[in-house]
Design a protein around this ligand. Structure first.
Ligand code: ADP
Ligand code: ASP
Ligand code: MG
Length: 420
């Protein structure tokens, strides 16, 4: 008998028919004798719809109230799934994040799980129930307030639970056949990867491959939880994420895949004094606002003694980043803050690229062959990322996927979802 944590994404439960189909899948696992904990996302595009609803009431919803609102989506899908399981003759119990002991920081909308106290989950398992945990949410103990974990956060709930319960496996069920070499909504012949290391998956996820939330991969790596990403529809074998690059004994492919992210924005802090202390002051201002930076580049500027500092943030954080910097304009002695939302990031990831000269050359040739101008380029040991205009992102992804011959001979299947 194993303890299995299964997570089902929103598009896999976007109707009551689908909830009943998922219930049958869960029931099969339970009836095979395993203990099952299930984490379900909100139905379909519920989270986006709720956000839209809040936007119709006020332009600036309070973060606390927004979390109360958004966390409700996962409670609906969980309780419905519990009812569907009971209807199949199984014992089931749905729990909110708080009831399941998901303790988080107090950062509304982007809270991090600091601890899991799964006493209630264990009690229900011992009673023979399938336990359903509302994903994407937790509680901040000092205030007692409900928090949410950021978009895609149900993945993090599932992994944190799997780690706390020492589950044998954490299965992530979604609307495609696993982790592919690119988003199949952009690249029709994207190929399913059998397995990849945490490192590669982390780079892909952090670069925008939203099939897994990057923080969930971090938790999985830290706690040694193997992830199995597979379709909630067919019986395809899926993708296993585990171990380090070095541990993966199969011959390492040069390139793992291409990821993209349209939700980035570019901020240029122009004419910052080119002296020690000013860059750090800029970063401190942003850190105080809890704003995460991504690509950071410092350039010489045309004015003597001044420098331009360029970085990317999520579109969501962009306006707050600009406002915080402009509010300190005098103190930071900066000339201006420029903001550009119509940019996207495209990244090539591959553990084998570190020892391969020529990857950057092929990368740039592929982009120039489709007329794409690179705005910023940066690399890690196993990744090359560029910023380009947002309307060029799909062309860039396809050009890179072709240039590095990542495609398969079959068309990838997208089972559901709006791709939102
Ligand atoms: P869920 O609702 O199951 O959490 P998401 O929409 O968050 O699903 O993630 C699945 C989607 O991720 C896929 O439908 C696909 O469009 C997108 N995606 C982006 N990059 C990849 C990739 N490399 N492999 C698989 N899917 C990807
Ligand atoms: N429902 C949340 C979202 O849409 C969490 C999740 O699906 O993982 O981001
Ligand atoms: Mg997701």
């Amino acid at each position: 008998m194993a303890l299995v944590v299964q997570k089902y994404g929103g598009s896999s439960v976007d109707s009551t028919d689908r909830i009943r189909a998922v219930a049958r899948r869960v029931a099969d696992t339970r009836r095979a004798g395993h203990e099952v904990v299930v984490v379900v996302s909100a139905m379909g595009d519920t989270t986006d719809d709720l956000l839209e609803l809040a936007g119709r009431v006020t332009a600036e919803p309070l973060a606390r109230e927004l979390d109360m609102l958004l966390s409700s989506g996962e409670r609906v899908s969980n309780s419905l799934l519990a009812m569907a399981l009971e209807d199949l003759g199984l014992r089931a119990c749905s729990l909110s994040g708080e009831q399941a002991g998901m303790i988080t920081t107090g950062a509304h909308g982007r809270a991090r799980i600091t601890e899991v106290r799964p006493r209630r989950v264990r009690e229900e398992l011992a009673r023979g129930a399938v336990v359903l945990v509302a994903g994407f949410q937790g509680v901040h103990l000092p205030t007692g307030d409900v928090t949410t974990l950021g978009r895609g956060g149900s993945d993090a709930t599932a992994v944190a639970l799997a780690a706390a319960l020492k589950a044998d496996v954490c299965e992530i069920y979604t609307d495609v056949d696993g982790v592919l070499t690119a988003d199949p909504r952009i690249v029709p012949n994207a190929r399913r990867l059998d397995r990849l290391s945490y490192e590669e998956m982390l780079e892909l996820a952090a670069s925008g491959a939203k099939v897994l939330m990057s923080r969930c991969v971090e938790y999985a790596r830290r706690n040694g939880v193997p992830l199995h990403v597979r379709s909630a529809y067919g019986g395809e074998p899926g993708t296993t994420v585990f171990g380090s690059v070095e541990e993966q004994t199969v011959e390492q492919a040069l390139i793992t895949g291409v990821a993209h992210d349209r939700s980035v924005a570019k901020v240029v802090v122009a004419g910052l004094p080119d002296r020690p202390g000013f860059a750090s002051a800029v970063f401190r201002v942003l850190a105080d606002q809890q704003i995460e930076l991504d690509v950071v580049v410092q350039n010489v500027c045309t004015q003597p003694g001044r420098t331009d500092l360029t970085f990317t943030v999520s579109e969501q954080d962009g306006p707050a980043a600009v406002a915080a910097l402009l509010a300190r304009r005098g103190e930071l002695s900066l000339r201006d803050v420029l903001y550009e939302e119509h940019v996207g990031k495209v990244s090539l990831v591959g553990a084998g690229m570190r020892a391969q000269p020529g990857v950057a050359a092929t990368f740039c040739e592929a982009l120039s062959s489709v007329g794409i101008n690179i705005e910023i380029m940066c690399t890690s040991e196993i990744r090359i990322s560029v910023l380009c205009k947002d309307f060029q992102v799909s062309d860039a992804v396809r050009a890179l996927h072709d240039a590095f011959q990542l495609g398969g001979s079959e068309q990838a299947v997208v089972y559901a979802g709006s791709g939102r």
